[in-house]
Design a protein around this ligand. Sequence first.
Ligand code: CP
Length: 310
Amino acid sequence: MLQTKDLLGLRDISAGEIEELLDLAGQYKRKVKGGEKKFSVLSGKTLVTLFYENSTRTRTSFELAGKYLGAHEVNISASSSSVQKGESLIDTGKTLQALAVDYIAIRHPMAGAPHLLASTVNASVLNGGDGMNEHPTQALLDMLTMKETFGSLKGLKVAILGDIKHSRVAKSNLFGLSKMGAEVWVYAPKTLIPVGFDRLGARIARSREEAIEGANVVMGLRIQLERQSGGAFPSLSEYSTFYGVKDGMLARAAKGAIVMHPGPVNRGIELTPSLIDGDRSRIEDQVTSGLCVRMAALTLLSRYRENKGL
Ligand code: CP
């Protein structure tokens, strides 16, 4: 069982907890795909999505997860809230606490913001992405799609190509996949590989070919133009030419290899459109996994809260 009030990252949760989240998410996925969308797990509870950055997939799937589980669900978008009048995150948290909110899914540009919020409210906080730190539910949904494709995560080679330095997705995947026995390889311009990433367990490839050779999963990551403070590479077209994944390159990958991307995708930059839309792509399945992982996370946190009398 999840041993924590909040889901803030995968660095600090165990392989057993990840396994439990993935098992329950898989059960929800089978039910949701069969048309079942009404559960009473969070009946009478309230979920707020508090997003200080743009999102399509994460925010919508947290909202739908809350609704399918029977919660009251409210969205606060920073651009139309009292944050614009200078209200601090802690004061926003106290306000939500006074409104008897039980779950808060937050996305924030500053690393550690969800941790600060979690330490000041009784509600369970779910990290929907904090700066360049972590995006735990994204990595869980990626792992669910991989596990469903291959049966197990143990022994998989996962090649991640793209903006590793600014990516919370890469970090959460590295923490989660390493705990589950997979090997994570990364490839990008040196300026987009964070210092010390190898000490966290990643294998740094010297070429695209080395990254993709024998890989079971080839994952593109978005080039985050909004987080680049200065030329990490000369131009998008040069990035695409020298670092993007093209159709023929999958011939080097393992038999049955799949293509993944957390989205949003810069079409033709990280991956070619034919890879994005091709039969090896699991990008749409990742979105469905995201809904079900968030349902599972809310469910397991609700069991923790019940056990602790919260
Ligand atoms: N993958 C992901 O976090 O997408 P959104 O930014 O649309 O939520």
